[in-house]
Every structure is written in structure tokens, then in C-alpha cells.
Design a protein. Structure first.
Length: 272
């Protein structure tokens, strides 16, 4: 992975809330895409510098909700079929044990335990985009599992995490706005995509712009081509954690990155 330089984020003014992000993370070859890597680097350069990142990736489903490693451990290379060099990537971001304690207090309760996976490193839904956004690997990172794919439950999970924004934590949902690997178009340009991907992306972008939370929660029934765009909903699901954590700013959300990669919509949004 080629690590690119980015504008160093500005310090966070005291008392300011951190924004919340949903990003389309791409496969390991994202690091070889000059457009997408530049977009991610520019995005991070516009954000206040976080005290830590709390990330929920489409690639870790575990119930009950589980916290990843709170120290630097090897990455999870949760992919196959790519050249060996992608398995040699390192991203030794510091752990965030203090953040883990805060997350546990916000989420744990009677009948809702929080588990720990102390040896689970960041998966590619986490480290691939973060390596472009924070290439020095100097921001502490904690990964949180998705305990369900139910949009309403994930929205509530995000709501419970929202107070962390006031403590300088950047909450990130990492998925892919459309994700059907059988329809992947290797080598396609940033404006090339099959109709199902374009239709779902346009619908989702419009629903976000309208702050239409009801429609988004019911995307499987209301969005065009939803079952083709998401044969399984794991890559759209992190959006609902983002929407819950950033619900107060839903009306002010904006798309930061759009277009397509391999025909899949890489729409990425910011709330706040």
C-alpha cells in the first residue's frame, strides 16, 4: 500500500462536536486508486483532528456487541484473491483503552453485555480507508462489531454512542453504498456503473438530502434495485450507526465523495 501525505487536520476547538462519517471503504486495491485516495486524504484534512476514531465495519459482525483490541495487534487480512503485497500492509495505529471504557459504559446494561476480543485487529473495512485518511497511524483507533444488521437496532446503537462526539471521538461507519461483488466491473471508470447501482445510489443520495430517515430505514422495500445493490445488507448497515450518532445533524448532512468504483457506488457522507 502506498501511503500518501495529507493535510494535517486542524486541532479541534474546545467544546466543538466531532462530525460523524459513513464511508465506502473499497477493497485493498483502493490504495492504488489515485482519485479515491486523494479524496479520502482531502476529506480528513478538512476534519478537526480526532482524539480517537471509533469505527464500525461491514466486515465484523458479532453479537453481543464486541470491542476489538485496545493495543496494537496485527491486522485482519479478511480477503483473498489479491496479490501477496496486500497481506504485508501494516497500520500500527495506537489502541484506545480509554475509549473502550467509555463505550462500555454507554452500551452495557442489564441484558446487554459488551464483550471483548483483545486479539482482534483492524479489518480492511477499517485500516484501508484510515491508512489514506491518517497515514501516520498516529490516531488511536477502536473497532466495534455490528451485533445485528437490523437498521432500527443499529440506529439506536449509534444514538447511544453519540455523546462520544463531544469528547473528540470521530465515529465512522464503514461499508459500501452499493455492494454486489457479482456485478463488479473491474477497470470501469468513475462514472461507469450498471443501472441497478446508479438507481440505488441516486435514491439513497436523495433520501439523505431530504433527511428521510423513515425511507432509509425501510430501504429494502423502498429503494429501487435494493436486493441487487445489496444481496446482503452488511455494507449498507453501518450507515445506520452513523445516522444514529449524527441524528441531530441529519438535515445538514452532505455527500463528500460520490461516483463509482468498479461499478459500485462509493458515496460517502458527513453529518455535522
Amino acid at each position: 500500500m502506498t501511503v500518501t501525505s495529507s493535510t494535517r487536520p486542524s486541532p479541534r476547538p474546545a467544546g466543538d462536536r466531532m462530525p460523524v462519517l459513513y464511508l465506502s471503504h473499497g477493497a485493498p486495491p483502493l490504495a492504488d486508486d489515485p482519485l479515491w485516495t486523494a479524496q479520502l486524504a482531502a476529506w480528513s484534512g478538512e476534519l478537526p483532528r480526532p482524539e480517537a476514531v471509533l469505527i464500525v465495519s461491514a466486515h465484523w459482525e458479532s453479537a453481543p456487541v464486541t470491542l476489538g483490541a485496545t493495543r496494537t495487534v496485527p491486522l485482519v487480512y479478511d480477503f483473498r484473491g489479491f496479490p501477496e503485497r496486500y497481506h504485508r500492509v501494516a497500520y500500527p495505529a495506537p489502541g484506545a483503552p480509554g475509549l473502550a471504557g467509555k463505550v462500555r459504559k454507554l452500551l452495557a446494561g442489564p441484558g446487554t453485555p459488551v464483550h471483548d476480543a483483545p486479539d482482534r485487529g483492524l479489518d480492511h473495512g477499517a485500516y484501508v480507508p484510515l491508512a489514506e485518511m491518517y497515514p501516520d497511524a498516529d490516531v488511536p483507533v477502536l473497532q466495534l462489531s455490528m451485533p445485528t444488521l437490523d437498521p432500527g437496532e443499529l440506529l439506536e446503537l449509534g444514538r447511544r454512542l453519540a455523546p462520544l462526539r463531544d469528547e473528540g471521538v470521530l465515529i465512522v461507519g464503514s461499508g459500501f453504498f452499493t455492494h454486489n461483488l457479482r456485478g463488479l466491473m473491474w477497470g470501469a471508470g468513475p462514472d461507469e456503473a450498471p443501472s441497478w447501482s446508479k438507481e440505488f445510489d441516486a435514491w439513497g443520495g436523495e433520501a439523505l438530502a431530504r433527511a428521510d430517515l423513515d425511507a432509509l430505514l425501510d430501504f429494502e422495500h423502498r429503494a429501487p434495485a435494493s436486493r441487487i445493490a445489496h444481496p446482503r445488507t452488511d455494507h449498507f448497515a453501518p450507515l445506520f450507526v452513523t445516522l444514529g450518532a449524527g441524528e441531530d445533524d441529519l438535515a445538514a448532512q452532505r455527500t463528500v465523495i460520490d461516483g463509482f468504483w468498479g461499478g459500485l457506488a462509493k458515496r460517502s457522507v458527513q453529518l455535522g
